[in-house]
Design a protein around this ligand. Structure first.
Ligand code: F6P
Length: 323
């Protein structure tokens, strides 16, 4: 292997730049040429390539977002688009790829490998933490810290006005961000997709809080939970008991941006170097993970398909502490 390409794809995540930096510098350290690919798979199709050197990644480890930009490519979902991508990679003499992204990115990588045998290794980059084969995905730590900071701020005003607040967090169809934020933020409840909480159960929790002399409450709502959006849930609570006047805050994309935490910078640095070493060793079609501080390879299919185990223990603890 002489020349590799690196790209970021899907939703951006804090720490992606640390990973790009590590891939570029790790590649150079091992004598490889490194090509930056802009806008993920769409950039491969449009041949949006540029040569990178150690200085191309100076001063980026502390920046959120991704200097390589990101996109979700519909064209790459077609066979024609993927053939165009292969042709461009061959013309540029790129013989291996590092893909940084989440499940959509790895689904594309898996198909591309199955069709053409093209060597690709993946770095898990998504705030959702929904991949199997790594303790944390890149961006998850920063995103939860962002959500936590917002929750702390809201707690101050909730307590001053004796109010009930619903805070909606991201996570797609998983509740990892929500549960972590709820426990660390001292919330009264976390509504997550993995464990159904009925509206009656929620009303009961809120009632118990009032009976225990609580004057304000925080409920963290995962965007994918089955009861609806935070706004809908707040409305339903008001319908069931008109003594509640709830406020709603949707944190949205604030969780995706911002300065990456120390953890995400370290994780990106490790995974980037490991990805280069994996390609050099001839690994392909695998995601690079960090499990207990040690490198782990997980086939793309397993990383995407094996549903990451929900932390039942943390949910149990959150309920004990919410009295
Ligand atoms: O996968 C990351 C994520 O931020 C999810 O938590 C969220 O559901 C989704 O992406 C939002 O995607 P977009 O930025 O395309 O609206």
């Amino acid at each position: 292997m002489k020349k590799i390409g690196v790209f970021t794809s899907g939703g951006d995540a804090p720490g992606m730049n640390a990973a790009v930096r590590a891939v570029v510098r790790g590649g150079i350290y091992y004598g490889l040429e490194v090509v930056g690919i802009k806008r993920g798979y769409q950039g491969i199709i449009e041949k949006d390539f540029y040569d990178m050197n150690a200085r191309s990644v100076s001063n980026i480890i502390q920046r959120g977002g991704t200097i390589l930009k990101s996109a979700r490519s519909d064209e790459f979902r077609t066979e024609e688009g993927r053939k165009k991508a292969l042709k461009n990679l061959k013309e540029a003499k790129i013989d291996g790829l590092v893909a940084i992204g989440g499940d959509g990115t790895f689904t594309g990588a898996k198909i591309f490998f199955e069709e053409f045998g093209f060597p690709i290794v993946g770095i898990p980059g998504t705030i959702d933490n929904d991949l199997t084969g790594t303790d944390y995905t890149l961006g998850y730590d920063t995103a939860t810290n962002t959500a936590l900071k917002a929750t702390d701020a809201i707690k101050d005003t909730a307590s001053s006005h004796s109010r009930l607040f619903f805070i909606e967090v991201m996570g797609r169809d998983t509740g990892f961000i929500a549960l972590r934020t709820a426990v660390a933020g001292g919330a009264e409840a976390a509504l997550v997709p993995e464990k159904m909480t009925t509206m009656d159960e929620l009303m009961e929790t809120l009632k118990e809080g009032s009976q225990n002399a609580k004057t304000s409450s925080i409920v963290i709502v995962a965007e994918g939970n089955p009861n609806g959006t935070a706004t809908e849930i707040a409305y339903k609570v008001g319908q069931k008991d008109n003594r509640y006047t709830s406020k709603v805050t949707i944190l949205g994309h604030t969780q995706r941006g911002g300065t990456p935490s120390c953890y995400d910078r370290l994780l990106g640095s490790k995974l980037g170097v490991w990805a280069i070493e994996a390609l050099k060793e001839g690994k392909k079609n695998v995601m690079i993970g960090d499990v207990g501080g040690k490198l782990r390879y997980t086939p793309f299919e397993e990383a995407i398909e094996a549903r990451r185990k929900f932390d039942e223990e943390l949910l149990r603890i959150s309920k004990i502490l919410a009295i």
